[in-house]
Structure formats: C-alpha cells, structure tokens
Design a protein around this ligand. Structure first.
Ligand code: LLP
Length: 417
C-alpha cells in the first residue's frame, strides 16, 4: 500500500493533505510518511530471518525521529562518522548494533567508537587496520573488525555512486586481501569477525549483488583454508528505487537468492545495509512556485526550494518526479524547467516537465526521503527546511526550520563597532 497518493484530487500523505502540511509548516518542507518507512522496513525484514541482520544506512536520512522509529523495529545501523554514531545513541540505539564504514576514519572517531562498544568496524585499508590496533591497545580493548573487500563487480549505476570496481577508492582489492586478513588475524587487539563489501548505490537488478556475494563466499572458503574462520559477512546496501517508471528491483528475489547461497555456511551471519530503499519513497519535498517566467523559447517555474535543499538533480542529474499537489487547479499545462533560487545555472529540480502550474501553486518532489535533507546545505545563506513526520492524521515537527541565528552560530565579527 502506498501512503502517498491522490485522494479527491489532492495529494495526500497518509491522512493529511500535502497542501495542509504546507499551510501549517510553510515551504520548502520535507515531509515523511511514518507508515511508508515501516512498510519498507518490513518488506526487507520478512525475507530476512534471524540471526541475519539489517543495518539501516544512516546517511540516507539521519533525522533522530526516523532513527528512533527504526530502533523500535530492532534495526541495526550502518554509520560513516562519529557524528552518525552519536545520532544513533541519541535516538536510543546501542553501539553494539552498529557497523562503522567509511574510508578515512580519524583516531578520534575510532577511539569514540571503541569506547562506546561498537559492534564492528568495517576496515577500508591496511593502514586503517594498524591504526585500529594502536587505538584498541591504548584503550586495552579488543576491536571487532571486518575487512571491506572490493569485489570488482560493475554495479551498472551512476559513476559517482558505483563503489565496487577496482578503480574506486573503497575497500581492499580482492587480490591484495589475503595478507591483510592474515595480519588482522594475528594482531593482539583485533578480533577479526568478518568481511564486507558494498558495490554501489541505486542498483536495479539482483545480478550484480549476487555476483558480489558469490565472490565474498569464495573468499570465506579461501580464508577457512588458511585457518581463518569468519562469522559475519556484510554485503552492504545499494538497493535501487523506482525514481522513473522502470522495473523495480525484486527484493524478494535478491534476499532469497542470498539465503540460498548462505545455506552452506550456517556459521555465518549475514548483514545488509539498506538506506535509500527504506526512506526514499516515504519522503516529499514540498515547494511553492514563486514566479513563472518565459524567456525566448523557454518557460521556467521558479520555486522556493533549491539545490541547497535538494542536491541530487544538480549533482547526479538525478531525475525526480515533480507533481502538482492539487489536481483541481485551473492552471494550464506547460512545459517548464523547475528551477530554484540559488545563483547557479545548476540549481534546478527538473528540466522540461509538463506541469499544470500557476504562480503560488504547490509542487511536490517525489522520492525525496533519501539523500535529500542529509545532503542539504546553507549555500546562499539559505536556512534549511523544516522536516515533519506524518502518522495517520497527525503530523510532528521532527526538525524545526532553521533561522538566521542558527546559520551564523559560531561566527565572529573581528570588530563589533
Ligand atoms: N553501505 C555503505 C558502505 C554505503 O557506502 C552506502 C551508501 C550504503 C550502505 C547505503 O546505500 P543505499 O542502500 O542507500 O543505496 N548520495 C547518493 C548515494 C550515495 C550512497 C553512498 N553509500 C545519492 O543521492 O544517490
């Protein structure tokens, strides 16, 4: 069931019309459907029996209330910074349920993670392993680690978000992995528990995932022959969503395919790190048309949300569906570029869209729940939008709209007069 749909010509999130949300909270506004997030979570969970684990990738949407919601579902978490770990703890999660990814973890972050009792550190290089050993030794603890291996699989996605090929900065090349595993096995303050990979994001078919998984299971076999017994295999995230009208990724096919491969490895716990697939379709960015403008042979809808609020179109030429919030307006159909206020030609939300719009109308950018707010900035000294969570006929502010004072906090004038 979709929790964002038209009801009596009005775009509605759960039981509240999007126009009412805009009226109550102003625009631009991020709104998320609680029950869509839960439905997405359960879609994974139902094919993923214990002891296998799901670790939500916090970077997709790190709002505390959303993390809190997932803590209540028994989620684990995948983080990439000390800040994200603080968020998980603040939302009531435990460090034990967290895996820590990321290519350039600082000594401070590693210290903090080990002090908190992190579940696993996903090590990205031989040099990082040595640093973890040092930090763990100084704290007199054993550091639970997994080594991130680069399985050299082409995920067939945008080059900026493909991570599993030899040419990427991520992980340890499969060919170089054995001595690093040996080293980890022998270090005094390292507890080598697993291996992990993440081949990229927004992947639309099970094939590349299963290829990577086969290579990882092969690695488990090779390690076993060397006397190294792993108990945990983390296959990352990357499950694509249908921004455009394309065949969706079959989650059931992928997860059951994985469980099939895992049958011969009863001692291995599998982990997955879905981010986008849990939150993308649960979120809308609601924006108001400030002006319409026609110049030469082009028409523009100039809206109050910009690239600072939603970077994906500018950064990846990502396509997001943009729809009018009301179907019963009297506006005429136009071919417009939907562009934002930031002073960059690259500040757009969509090019060449057929929309029924007039000045003052509301538009919604769909699938904005993942990598929307988390990639926002204050460029052009723009305060970031509020975020609200809708649950049935109730809505809750889960992040207040920023104010100018928020933006200049920490700045200092050299002279006060
Ligand atoms: N695990 C690791 C190690 C990752 O690097 C990522 C995403 C995930 C899990 C979650 O991937 P997901 O299931 O969300 O695809 N900003 C880009 C996406 C960057 C993804 C980076 N890593 C976008 O807006 O498309």
């Amino acid at each position: 069931m979709m929790h964002i749909d038209f009801y009596q010509q009005q775009l509605t999130m759960e039981r509240i019309s999007v126009a009412d949300l805009a009226k109550q909270y102003g625009t631009p506004l991020y709104a998320y459907s609680k029950n869509q997030i839960l439905a997405n979570w359960h879609r994974f969970q139902q094919y993923w029996p214990n002891p296998h684990r799901l670790c939500y990738a916090v970077k997709a949407n790190s709002n505390l209330a959303i993390l809190e919601l997932l803590v209540a579902q028994g989620a684990g978490f995948d983080i990439v910074s000390g800040g994200e770990l603080k968020r998980v703890l603040h939302a009531g999660g435990s460090a034990k349920s967290v895996v820590f990814s990321g290519v350039a973890k600082s000594t401070e972050e590693l210290t903090y993670a080990l002090e908190q009792g992190i579940g696993c550190i996903n090590v990205e290089s031989a040099a990082e392993l040595e640093r973890i050993q040092e930090v763990a030794k100084s704290l007199n603890v054993m550091a639970p680690v997994s080594l991130r291996v680069n399985p050299d699989v082409d995920a067939k996605t945008h080059p900026y978000i493909a991570t599993g090929m030899k040419a990427n900065k991520f992980g340890i090349a499969m060919d170089d992995a054995m001595p690093v595993f040996q080293r980890a096995h022998n270090l005094s303050h390292i507890s080598l528990i697993g291996a992990d990979c993440h081949i990229g994001s927004q992947i639309m078919s099970a094939g590349p995932f299963l290829d990577a998984a086969k290579r990882m299971f092969h690695l488990v076999d090779n390690l076993q022959q060397q006397g190294i017994e792993l108990t945990h295999l983390d296959l990352g995230g990357g499950f694509g969503v249908t921004y455009e009208d394309v065949e969706p990724l079959d989650i059931q096919q992928y997860l059951t395919g994985l469980l099939d491969l895992a049958k011969e490895y009863p001692h291995i716990t599998l982990l997955l790190e879905p981010g986008r697939a849990i939150v993308a379709d649960a979120g809308l960015l609601i924006t108001k048309v400030e002006y319409l403008k026609h110049s030469n042979d082009k028409s523009f809808a100039l809206v109050d949300a910009g690239m600072n609020d939603m970077l994906r179109p500018s950064l990846y030429q990502a396509w997001h569906e943009i729809i009018a919030v009301s179907k019963d307006n009297n506006s005429t159909d136009k071919l417009v570029d939907v562009v934002g206020p930031v002073c960059e030609t690259g500040c757009f939300l969509g090019h060449a869209r057929h929309l029924n719009v007039a000045q003052g109308d509301l538009l919604a950018i769909k699938y904005a729940g993942a990598y929307g707010f988390t990639m926002s900035s204050n460029y052009n000294t723009r305060a970031r939008p509020a975020e609200v969570l809708v649950d049935g006929n109730e809505s809750f502010v889960i992040r207040e709209r920023e104010t100018f004072d928020d933006l200049i906090r920490g700045e200092r004038l050299l002279q006060r007069d």
